[in-house]
Structure formats: structure tokens, C-alpha cells
Design a protein around this ligand. Sequence first.
Ligand code: NAD
Length: 491
Amino acid sequence: MKQYLNYVNGKWVESPKTFDDISPVDGSLVATVHEASRELVNEAVSAGHRALAGEWGRTSAAQRVVLLRRIADEMERRQDDFLAAEMADTGKPLAMASSIDVPRGIANFRAFADMLATAPLDSHRLDLPEGAYALNYAARKPLGVVGVISPWNLPLLLLTWKVAPALACGNSVVVKPSEETPGSATLLAEVMEAAGVPAGAFNLVHGFGPNSAGEFVASHPDISAITFTGESRTGSAIMRAAAEGVKPVSFELGGKNAAIIFADCDFEKMLDGMMRALFLNSGQVCLCSERVYVERSIFDRFCTALVERIKAMKVDWPHDPDTHMGPLISAKHRDKVLSYFQLAREEGATFLAGGRVPDFGDKRDLGAWVEPTVITGLSDDARSVREEIFGPICHVAPFDNEREVIARANDTRYGLAATIWTSNLSRAHRVGEAMRVGISWVNTWFLRDLRTPFGGAGISGIGREGGMHSLNFYSELTNVCVRVDAEAENV
Ligand code: NAD
């Protein structure tokens, strides 16, 4: 059986305490994971500081650009291993893991290497009376040891999205992947070792959240900043833990995202896009749409077409290249999603599709599967329309005009993403900007240049990452202001 160890100070560390990594496809055992103790987390943080005081702390930006590219090359060399680890832990379909998760994980290192290589110096000249002036520039330095806590839905993609810029800026990291998906993070530690990342610059600790490695990282007094992706409620617990040390936090949290479909959209392109926005990764992408508003004149047509598309979906073994949807991440999460199906029934929803556990008649019945599901008929204040479910389910509702739908879409404490389907150019810009979210997509979904800001409004996050936004979060900027006199004193 595979063993996933911790990686601290450049060494692989076992633990007397282990837990099981279970496949959501059929409930089989994927690996045994070694849970980091508080002492091991302490050692990881100390190793991070020692690295900063040593060889790692002396690397130049140019050297780190080379290193990040070497990491990307090494990941590329091992992409089949990454693919296997990611699919074993999550059960996500081959088509998705091979086109999104693994390539984006690699691209994150290349993108941040490029950004670091071309990052402008933030400098200004302030003219003073009589020809003197001041030169002001921001010196970019690492924050220190950064705690990286990540979720299970896009394990490699989201972990590297934070590790790459943190290392680019010269920080050490202590990484705590989700307990559900330890595989690709362990491979990433192997890649760091092979790429020659100095001992202590990258540390990996496995475990859970409360009273385990997650909490030990979040509350550690010598961690300089926390970057976290996960549920809004967990963000709030981490913020409390980080408050004592007044630590900077960057949070990418949950969503209850709206899709707005106007009657003037390109109907077939919209349907293609909506099938992805609803069911990619079994609806377990923070950006997936769970609230769908459709202009009344095409509401029935949309519902009929959506149900037809769902009937043609292949919910099947992840390794089948034609599979569209695999299982949810775990039995526990499946039970949460099923509890929302039940809640929706009690709230009076009509089920247009799905709502049950599929019956395969084979060992997948021991996995964590649910059917792609569409409900309708609930008011906007029903709990199943307001709370993040994080599964392959959406509520569809008709709307009558633009102003009304903007107000309804924005009536949420979340504010992560929106997707808008229209062929009216002015409306596209108007509604796109009116959404109180981190990102509005128009006639597309889940597409972004990595140099642009990413984050959430409301309880969907704190701060923005991407491009210079990431480099600024992971850096301590010291403003150096030098006065230059007009006349030389002893010419
Ligand atoms: P989660 O909050 O349960 O767990 C995320 C990580 O936090 C895990 O590593 C977990 O062990 C750790 N953790 C849990 N409690 C902790 C605590 N008290 N202290 C420290 N660490 C703790 O989230 P999840 O279930 O893994 O992921 C799903 C959630 O993530 C959804 O809400 C989804 O919307 C959100 N998400 C957001 C984005 C984004 O970019 N905004 C991206 C992906 C997922």
C-alpha cells in the first residue's frame, strides 16, 4: 500500500499516527497518510526560517525564475504520475484531470516565473524645490514563512496557484493539503526535491483542520502569513487563529454563484457553457453556478434542453475518456449533498432531473456518487437556493427584466463569480460590472488570464491573487525614499 509521508526540512518524515486516503469511486483504500503532529509542524516552521536565513534567503529573483521553471519541467516529466494521483484521490474524469488540473498545475509555476521575470519596479520621482528631488521605490522582500492551506476540489491546481507565487517572492512555505487529497501534494514535494529547492523552503505536512495540522499551521506564532482556499466558515476560524499575530491573510472561499441567461443569447453555445458551469468536477468547483436565472420567454425551452443534455451525460468510470462526470469527493460530502436534495424536497422543489444516488450494480455502489440534478419552483429565500451545496445541482428560476435579475443575483452574502449569456454588447458590460462578485464571465465560464485578479466579494474571500496581485500579497514591500540634492557638495 502507498504511504504518503510528510516532507520537512528536505527529509521524508513518518508519523506514528496515520489515516486512510479513500477512493470516492468505490470506497477502496488509495494510500496510508502520515499525520503531522504539532511538533512536526513546529519543526517545519523552524526549517522554513532556517532556509530563509541560509541559502534560500540569498537567492536572487533571477535564480528563483530559473528554479520555478525547473519545477515546471520536472512536473511535466512526471505528469502521468500527477494524473494518476489526482484521479485516485478525487475520482475526477480523465478528460478533466488531463486538460485542466495537471496542465494548470504546471502552468502556475511557468506563469509566476514569467511574472517575476518581468515585474516592474514600483518607483517614482518626486520633484522638490530648487532642483532637488526624491527617488521613491518599493523594495520587494519575502514575508517569511507562509502557511498554505488548500482544499480537495482542484488539489494540484489550487495548491500550486499559491505555492508558485509564494516561492517566487522568496518565501518559505509550510503546505497543508486537504486530508481528502494528499497524493498530488506529496508528488509535488518529490518534484521540489528533484528540482533542487533548498531544504526547508518547501515543507509539506499532512493532516486535518481542527486540532490537527491545519490548525497548528494557522495558529503558529512564527508563520508570517496565511493563504487559504476553502469554505467561508473555515476561513472565519483561520482568521480568528491568525488574528493573535495580526497576520496577513489571503482567502479564496465559497460561492453560491448566479448564471443569468438572456433570451438574446446564442442558445446552443450557452447550453454547452452551462453544462460545464453546472457539472464540471461534479459541481465541485467554487465557481460553478448553483442559481440559474433564465429570461421568462426561453425558460421552458431552456429547462427542456437542459434535461435532454443531462440524459446524454456519461456518469461513469473516471478512466473512460468519454466520461463527463465522476463521483463526489467522499461519502461524507455525498451525504451533505443528499441532505440538500432532501431539504429542497421539503421546501417544495420540483425535480426536473436527478435527485438520487445512481444504482450501478457494481463496486461503484460503495463510492460517493449522485445524479446530476436540476430543481425549480423555489423562492429566492429558500435555504437550498441560498446556501452553498457544492455538488452537481442547480436551481432554475425565470426572470422578467435586467434590473430585477441583477438585484436577485446580487442578493447573497457570497460574491465569487457570475456568468452572463447575452448577445447584446452594452448589456454584457453593464450586467458584468453590476455583479457584486470577484469575476463576471460573459458568454463563457472558467476562463482567465493568470495575470488578472482573482478573488471574492462578501464572504467569498479576502484579497485578490493573480499576476501582480499575488506578487504583492506574498511580498513585504519596503518603501525606500532617497533625497537627491541639486548641487554636489564637494565638486
Ligand atoms: P474546507 O474549508 O473544509 O477545507 C479546506 C482546508 O482547510 C483543508 O485542508 C482542511 O483540512 C483545512 N481546515 C479545515 N478546518 C480548519 C481549521 N479550523 N484550521 C485550519 N485549517 C482547516 O474546504 P473543502 O471542503 O476542502 O473545499 C470546499 C470549499 O472550498 C467550498 O466552500 C468551495 O467553494 C471552496 N473553494 C473556494 C475556491 C475559491 O477560489 N474561492 C476554490 C476552491 C474551493
